[in-house]
Design a protein around this ligand. Sequence first.
Ligand code: SAJ
Length: 483
Amino acid sequence: MSSKLENILKERGPIKKIGVIGMGYVGIPAAALFADSDMFDHVLGFQRASSSSGYKIDMLNRGESPLKGEEPGLEDLLAKVVRAGKFECTSDFSRIAELDAVTLAIQTPFADSKALEPDFGALKDGIRNVGKYLRPGMLVVLESTITPGTTDGMGREILEEESGLVAGEDFALAHAPERVMVGRLLRNIQEHDRIVGGIDAPSTQRSVELYSPVLTKGKVIPMSATAAEVTKTAENTFRDLQIAAANQLALYCEAMGINVYDVRAGIDSLKGEGITRAILYPGAGVGGHCLTKDTYHLERGVKLGQEPLDYPADAESIYVLARRVNDFMPVHMYNLTEAALGRVNRKVKGSKIAMLGWAFINDSDDARNPPSEPYRDMAVDAGAQVVVHDPHVLQYPDVEIHKDIEEVLKGADAVVVLTGHKEYFGLDPERLKALTGKSNPVIIDGRNVINPDRFIDAGFVYKGIGRGDKNQHAVKKAVELST
Ligand code: SAJ
């Protein structure tokens, strides 16, 4: 016997009009792909006309992408769907009433990760806006990464409160977490399998209908809403844990005087049946909007779980410990800088530090929670003159981002690589040294972008994450350069 919701959905017919709330790294490519599908007639992108991001509305309606970094195919696709009249961006949320399905891709940071207190303010506003204009037979999908239990909990409550309708009876409700990475947004949506979790079977089925048309290589994986929430938070938590394991190994290799990349290659060589060795890369830290908080969503979810957790009484969650190890890496970068300057009798105080890289990830303008920030704060607090270069990031609150790398390197006592942008793989030791005007400038490699021997030969004091084999090298005293 089909449920009330199944009948309402059948009556409404196939999904034709879609809304995407949140015109950011997740919402914009998702909206463009929905609009490009022949299965759907029209897509509305919803963006608040706020002073900080209202400019996106006009840009998008001109078919331009407000996302700065390299996003292959996005600009062309946006221009195409706007020209075809299939995509439009608006700040008029009352138009939600004309839709068959609406997705929400809104940031879900933590207000206080220690207290596991998320800041769901923006998400609640978005859900409340949907609730105000919700009609029977509509599908609502939360794409943001959220604490397990949120869709069928807070999400359902707000929607029912605002609309007077009942989830699972009058409207469908699901969670379909985004799995995108900057620099390959469109491809990730099309090629990654899509986790789809409804609060009930009709909601899951309706979500399968929504996402299947935009998948090329990926397939839809249906499950319950809470299982989908755990899948997403856990996959990022596991990645963070794997990175922490690589970072801890790098710290160990430094202490033991060996090269972590030799060890990594060795570990990675164990292949064969049932053996997957996904050892990730150590580095200057873990940033971004995802790995830095999803562990806390998972931790909060288990705290809100219906059964008590059976876990070693005095043991800290290994997931939270992993967060602490990864948050320590910018501190370690600072410690390496201080130690290297000490090798040429310099203090951080009064030194000029040239930071290369502000973005949290290579070859992108994405500067959300960059590991560079805690590093810079420590150096500035210690009295250093800190200058930041990044080829992609345009601006950042209270930090001047320079584009002229030579200007940044001029007179530097220390050069510190924090982001693995491809521009930094070609750094030339002689040119760099000339720009610093120092006989023994310091270079700290947080992303394994340089060949230590070339820099050591040129007279640099080198230190690198995981390079215990080089970090205590003999400093080559060079003839003082006449500046
Ligand atoms: N990082 C390392 N070592 C590594 C990999 C990354 O230090 O081996 C650092 C990066 O430099 C960066 C941070 O970790 O600062 C995060 O990098 P990332 O490659 O995980 O990039 P995100 O956070 O944009 O993407 C992750 C991805 N999650 C997984 O692969 C499980 C992506 O698939 C998700 O869509 C994304 O989070 C998200 O939006 O949740």
